[in-house]
Design a protein around this ligand. Sequence first.
Ligand code: G3P
Length: 226
Amino acid sequence: MQLYVDSANINEIRHAAALGIVSGVTTNPSLLAKEDPSVDVSKRILEIYELIEGGHLSVEVVSTDTDGMLREADEILKWFPEATIKIPMIEGGLRAVKELSRQEIPTNVTLIFSATQALAANNAGAPYVSVFVGRLDDISLDGIQVVQDVCDIWDTQQLDSQIIAASIRHPIHIIGCAQAGADIATVPYKVLMQSLKHPLTDAGLQSFLNDHAKMQAEKAKLMAKN
Ligand code: G3P
């Protein structure tokens, strides 16, 4: 399973990209709104694209009607031809996905909360379907089970679009999505960093370093004697 960073923060993306563990970035209007409002969005997106060296980068539209979405997609593609256009899972969005797919423009359908929505997005022509996990858990539904349902259907039906698990809240979600068979998990920076840590790694490294230092000190003592 590939990992993307779910962020619009340049420092977070720079750090995650330098570790070599991510192959893409997803942004959304809420993530962009967390950033400095004076930042030029197109400049920021192009900076992010440079950091991920040509990896996947989804840019979301904010229109809610098909024509508006298509106009926005057209505008985005003028300054960023490699963009994957992120479209909400609403009827107008499906119509936009159908048209963009006809023009061979990649789309990522977002705000998917059920297997039937994922199926519709796939059938409209989206190469990426984003299934939200954490927001389902928030309302006492099982987000990982929905990812599992989508993956099972994709296997049975041999469907092509890539399943992105989104709205990831903790490292156990990453494991659940990988076990279910998601192609990609798009993970907030903080969760990504948490997922790299284990207290036994830190304790183990400390004891290796202590033992090495002890051995060096003993060696030095022996050499001083001789
Ligand atoms: O990629 C969608 C994701 O950003 C939503 O996450 O935590 O706002 O549910 P969250």
